[in-house]
Design a protein around this ligand. Structure first.
Ligand code: AP5
Length: 223
């Protein structure tokens, strides 16, 4: 399966991509994580994009295209992958089409108010990237440490209120048109996210497995 995860910032793309990565044994490729890795390394690219990401704007298309091209060419992507956070505009979608055929586009639908609440308490492991929340959903057992690998948990710079507002604005202007684009291509699967993580996780994994076992013709809308 070559899956693409769409949705506003904080809609849960990373959370559910981490679930399916484990269940399906295919890599979760988050363009946000790839970019944050560059910043952490202190590379030339990292220095160039740090300010852009902190302000909640999109990094230049050529940067993201090159990173994604290199990543999906790696051998672990032969059986499939989950692309999370790419494409984010119609140009990137057209470029992706030249590169590889996507089998399903999962769109995580959320209201902006829910997003602001979720991002204000998000914490992420600096070592294995597992995503948590301080108050609800996946709350770490021990404060400040990852349940999986013990790594330190951090709050993302772009989860500060001003950056979240800019990210939402960017999403509505540039990324949202991709929903109609992929609906017209017949690839869109809608997922409503106003339920506990455990429920969405169970439904999503169940549907995808039934599809892979030939018990369903499509993954189908999840609400
Ligand atoms: P990126 O890292 O991709 O951020 P994003 O798209 O804004 O998405 P997030 O990672 O913030 O949210 P998510 O949907 O994964 O939600 P999560 O699962 O964490 O990109 C960052 C930046 O990189 C961009 O702004 C841009 O600058 C740049 N960039 C990246 N790709 C680019 C591209 N293609 N082109 C140009 N620039 C690019 O969940 C959020 C919280 O909610 C968590 O705390 C989670 O525990 C909680 N939660 C999830 N589901 C539930 C639930 N059902 N109930 C309760 N809590 C829940």
């Amino acid at each position: 399966m070559r899956l693409l995860f769409l949705g506003s910032p904080g809609a849960g793309k990373g959370t559910y991509a981490q679930v399916l990565e484990k269940e399906l044994g295919i890599p979760h490729i988050s363009t946000g994580d790839l970019l944050r890795e560059e910043i952490k390394k202190g590379s030339e690219l990292g220095k160039r994009i740090e300010g852009i990401m902190q302000s909640g704007n999109l990094v230049p298309d050529e940067v993201i295209l090159e990173l994604t091209r290199q990543r999906i060419a790696r051998p672990d992507c032969v059986k499939g992958f989950i692309l999370d956070g790419f494409p984010r505009n119609l140009y990137q979608a057209a470029q992706l089409k030249e590169l590889v055929e996507i089998t399903h586009v999962l769109n995580f639908k959320a209201d902006d108010e829910v997003i602001v609440e979720r991002l204000s308490g998000r914490i992420t492991c600096g070592k294995c990237s597992k995503i948590y929340h301080k108050e609800f959903g996946y709350v770490p057992e021990k404060e400040g440490a990852c349940d999986v690998c013990g790594g330190a948990l951090f709050e993302r710079e772009d989860d500060k209120p001003a950056a979240v507002l800019q990210r939402l604005k960017t999403y509505h202007e540039k990324t949202r048109p991709l929903i109609d684009h992929y609906r017209e291509e017949g690839l869109l699967v809608e997922i409503l996210i106003n339920k506990p993580i455990s429920e969405i996780r169970e439904q999503l994994v169940g549907r995808v497995k039934e599809f892979l076992d030939g018990k369903r013709e499509t993954i189908g809308r999840i609400d």
